[in-house]
Design a protein around this ligand. Structure first.
Ligand code: EPU
Length: 337
């Protein structure tokens, strides 16, 4: 067990912000993590668990201990004629897990191809894309209770999953570290084409097999979302707002062209990208922070941006959208500091 002092987090946040942690430690097992949590550094400083930082915005240097899992193994726990139960370490790159499943012809996570970040963070954030969410395929999440040192198995319902949220972000924030997750994948072809654009694009390529779906998702994402290695970003910066149907009818009278998706009989989801574009933010910059020209829901680091600059741009966008539409955009990205 090694705790490093003054550790640069530039490689641990996809915004590519120059920031550092007072202390940093990685762990590959529950035992290693227990050793860290019994150290004096852990007891005397705040702590933060991170994956690859693909959903974090550091507003300054982190004054405490940053913890990172390096458990990257994947194994088949059990299988039968129709399904496979896989266990993957929290530190495995999410897209490596997707590639592994696709290569083995196991269905369920192909629509989540190319989402940045690690398996543990996927369980915290309930990542989603093209009609599939992490919670649709998850069997259980193995965690360490950071105050008792006890290992626990949490079921899907224990995790309280919702749109880009879970108990790990809300009621149990800071309580657990994800050690590994178990996913149930299917051997039978079960394409999810609830996102119409995906089906069209897959059919253009001729066949709806796993490799083609993965390839198509990668092509769509690459066209719309900047590669964080080239242009720092954290994917969608805000969640798509869900409004009561009454509010939507009001807005619809004024903006009949406003895109919308029914969530339930009472609620309608409106794409934040459309709201931001209508407010004239698409492609604009404020200092070194910018709004991506091909997908305005993505805020980018134009080079040398600080976390505060990005947060400042986000606040301006929130204000514009609120003034024009009376809708409060909520960041999907977690602010640290
Ligand atoms: N739109 C515009 N202008 C644009 C781009 C989009 O008006 O320049 C409007 C269009 O109406 C479009 C709609 O926004 O139909 C939706 O756009 P898109 O399909 O790109 O998806 P999104 O709602 O912006 C969500 C997720 C993404 C996920 C995609 C695909 C959230 C916050 N974002 O984006 O997730 O990849 O759908 O399923 O739910 C992420 O969470 O980091 C992320 C990238």
């Amino acid at each position: 067990m090694k705790i490093t002092e003054n550790f640069s987090l530039k490689a641990f946040n996809t915004f590519g912000i120059e920031t550092s942690a007072r202390w940093f430690a990685s762990f590959s097992s529950a035992d290693e993590l227990r050793k860290i949590t019994s150290s004096s550094v852990y007891h005397s400083s705040p702590s933060l668990l991170i994956g690859r930082g693909s959903n974090l915005l550091f507003l300054g240097n982190y004054p405490g201990l940053v913890l990172h899992s390096t458990h990257q193994k994947v194994r088949v726990v059990e299988h039968d004629n129709s399904t496979v139960l896989l266990e993957a370490g929290a530190g495995m790159l999410w897209d490596d897990l997707v590639a592994y499943a696709v290569k083995n012809n196991w269905w369920g996570i192909e629509n989540l191809s190319l989402i940045p970040g690690e398996v543990g963070a996927a369980a915290v954030q309930n990542i989603g894309a093209y009609g599939v969410e992490f919670c649709d395929v998850i069997d259980s999440v193995y965690v360490l209770n950071l105050s008792t040192g006890q290992e626990m198995k949490l079921s899907v319902s224990d995790c309280g999953y919702g749109y880009r949220t879970s108990i790990f972000k809300t009621s149990a924030r800071g309580e657990f570290a994800v050690l590994s997750v178990r996913l149930r994948l299917s051997r039978a072809a079960e394409p999810c084409f609830s996102y119409p654009h995906l089906e069209e694009e897959v059919l253009k390529r001729g066949k709806a097999d796993l490799a083609t779906i993965r390839e198509t998702v990668i092509a769509i994402r690459t066209a719309k979302l900047p590669d964080p290695v080239v242009l720092g970003n954290a994917g969608s910066f805000f969640m798509n707002p869900v409004v009561p149907v009454e509010k939507w009818s009001q807005l619809n009278k004024e903006y009949p062209e406003m895109p919308n998706y029914k969530v339930s009989d009472h609620q309608v989801k409106i794409p934040a990208a459309w709201l931001i574009e209508q407010c004239g933010w698409k492609g604009r910059n404020l200092g070194n922070a910018g709004v991506y020209e091909y997908q305005p829901l993505v805020l980018v680091n134009r080079g040398g941006a600080t976390g505060r600059e990005i947060a400042d741009l986000a606040a301006h966008i929130q204000q514009s959208v609120d003034e024009r539409f009376g809708i409060q955009l909520i960041p999907e990205v977690n602010y640290i500091g």
